[in-house]
Design a protein around this ligand. Structure first.
Ligand SMILES: C[S@@+](CC[C@H](N)C(=O)[O-])C[C@H]1O[C@@H](n2cnc3c(N)ncnc32)[C@H](O)[C@@H]1O
Length: 393
């Protein structure tokens, strides 16, 4: 039986590789070191050196469903009840407690822990009722002083018992997406993915450019993280809509947010509009080609990708010149799966040929490594998307 002083659990969302990459980027960009880790498919246990800013973690990370502190580890599954009797992390100073329990890992029976904690509460004469909030209700439930969310993770035949500190606020993020003056699902990235893309840039401040800014979903998330945001788009209507969306988010947000600058520009002419070496990071989901009604055959897909490759080639050449020497870039590269299951995407090596940009194939902290590029595809997407990370120099 162990009582780890600074061990935390992170439960991941739909795309665990993306969530893990976001968390690792967050830790690296804030120089937070990891002492040890245990990784399972949909969660991660990490022991950190130093302290974590819980409020920042809760509001910043979009790929982590919930995170919290581990209070106790054991290998002896038959003595769990005895061991837990000596602890009190599941007790709260309130007359009526509401609690929920979730279990993660291979072959773990959540219902068994319902019985374990029912017994413990009975013995300690704590009035407690088991009530699991909906995924979108968890964040709000955690704000109530008489609610706790207990977690049991099983990894390498050890059982980790903890309590949730923060959860991704699904409701709040849905509002941020839907209540904006302009929403266009055909061009806008999701709030969750946009936030993750910004975090993957591994920057915490400075000038962030989206050269295909559309209605400004990525810029909105970057602004909320206090970046100085700069957006350009070919389409004057999008530029106007982006400005209105960003003005709205500033009005909605109680804390001070920096100013933003949105300019109408073709990415091909962007060097005439933005000074060289003035940008810290580029984060973009670019023009992805025509909206696909049907799955294209190989020839049709190749025509689309050739045209996108030409556009991206010029974009990469120009963006490289705008980036500062230590600049980073997150660029989403589309992939079409054709009628005969061929996967077609632009050649990234061609895109970086005349630039100082390097493809980053992995990021790591101690022995925790995440590989890039990372694939994602939402249910409603016809195109697959590869998230690439580039460093300049
Ligand atoms: C997929 S949307 C971008 C979504 C956006 N990143 C967001 O966060 O909401 C692509 C945008 O690229 C713009 N675009 C297309 N060709 C362009 C070009 N050559 N230069 C600049 N913008 C372009 C389109 O007008 C469209 O708004």
């Amino acid at each position: 039986m162990k009582f780890p002083p600074s061990l935390y659990f992170f439960i991941f969302g739909r795309n665990p590789q993306l969530s893990r990459a976001e968390l690792l980027s967050y830790l690296l960009s804030r120089s937070i070191s990891i002492k040890s880790h245990q990784a399972e498919k949909d969660f991660l246990l990490i022991e950190v050196l130093g302290s974590l800013n819980f409020l920042e973690l809760t509001t910043n990370l979009a790929g982590t469903v919930k995170f919290g502190k581990i209070y106790f580890i054991t290998e002896e599954s038959n003595k769990i009840l005895d061991s837990l009797r000596q602890l009190n992390f599941y007790i709260e100073d309130t007359k009526n407690l509401t609690y929920s329990i979730s279990a993660y890992g291979n072959n773990i029976m959540e219902s068994h822990y319902h019985e374990v904690f029912k017994q413990l509460y009975k013995e300690s004469k704590q009035k407690a009722s088991l009530k699991k909030p909906t995924p979108s209700g968890l964040s709000n439930a955690l704000k109530k002083h008489n609610f706790i969310d207990l977690v049991v993770c099983k990894s390498q035949n050890q059982f980790f018992f903890g309590r949730t500190i923060g959860a991704y606020d699904i409701k709040q993020n849905k509002l941020r997406y839907e209540k904006r003056p302009y929403v266009d699902e055909s061009i806008g990235s999701s709030i969750r993915i946009s936030r993750i893309l910004v975090n993957l840039s591994q920057k915490v401040k400075g000038k962030l450019l989206d050269p295909f800014c559309g209605i400004g979903t990525i810029l909105q998330e970057a602004l909320l993280l206090s970046f100085d945001v700069l957006g350009t788009d070919l389409n004057s209507q999008r530029v106007q809509q982006c400005k209105e969306n960003l003005t709205w988010i500033k009005q909605q947000t109680p804390k001070y947010l920096p100013d933003f600058d949105i300019i109408q520009a073709d990415v091909k002419d962007i060097l005439f509009k933005i000074p060289p070496l003035s940008v810290d990071t580029v984060v973009t989901e670019p023009e992805l080609g025509p909206l696909l009604k049907n799955i294209p055959n190989s020839r049709e897909a190749q025509i689309i990708m050739d045209s996108l490759e030409r556009l991206y080639c010029i974009a990469f050449y120009n963006l490289d010149r705008l980036l500062k020497p230590s600049g980073t870039m997150i660029f989403v590269i589309p992939e079409i799966i054709t009628t005969n299951n061929k996967k077609i995407r632009p050649s990234v090596h061609t895109l970086i040929a005349d630039t100082q940009l390097r493809i980053i194939s992995e990021i790591s902290c101690e022995e925790l490594t995440v590989f890039f590029p990372i694939f994602y595809k939402e249910k409603w997407h016809k195109l697959g998307r590869w998230i690439y990370l580039f460093h300049k120099g």
